[in-house]
Design a protein around this ligand. Sequence first.
Ligand SMILES: [Mg+2]
Length: 251
Amino acid sequence: MKPFLFVTDLDDTLLGDDSALKALNRKLKQHRQQSQTKIVYTTGRSFGSYQILAKAKSLLRPDALLTSVGTEIYFNAEPAELDPEWSAILAQGWHREQILAIANAFPQLQLQPPSEQNPFKISYYLCDPIAETIIAQLKTALAEKGFQVKFSYHAGQDLDLLPPNVDKGLAVKLLRSKWQLATSRTVTCGDSESDIDLFSGEENGIIVGNAKPELLQWYQENQRQSLYHAQKAFAAGILEGLQHFAFLPKC
Ligand SMILES: [Mg+2]
């Protein structure tokens, strides 16, 4: 058995069907024991929220964990070690205090609690009906001051302001070179628009059967052999994809 790098989103990708998760975990655990395969989770959740979820769902211990929309890479989840190399990449061109001051001047933006903030993520609540207008105004205000910021608006209420270098695909590249695993031995899995970064490189990609319409739309426009749209949902879709790419045997 040859090792591979397995990268997956959690909510509605790995998680959603507990019995399929159990079956997949058994196969992945065995593969890791026998061949040094690496398991990486990526999530929009904060590290604290991940820890609660990991216990509730009996997740396998990951070799690396990418939390808070890609702004943190942890190794050895217990005890957690934040990767300084990734933090240094994100620090380039990121001016948190000045960006925060500009955004705070918008009364429509309500700062989320401290548990949702970190050195490379500023998070607000913003109601859907006015979101488009406010985001456009904020983008203009930041650009006028020369700040480059990535915007992520999701769930009709959460607005994240992120460093220009945040890119889950770039994080996967970093992990690949750290563990010296080829693109052809790497596979990423996701269900939503926020996972597109994971599918934009040369790596193999699995789009689970329950994927959101926005990701399916992107897939229709970007189909290629290294992307697989599974029939099955959640962890069963991941297993189907891993067997399709022959990372795991069919039985
Ligand atoms: Mg998801």
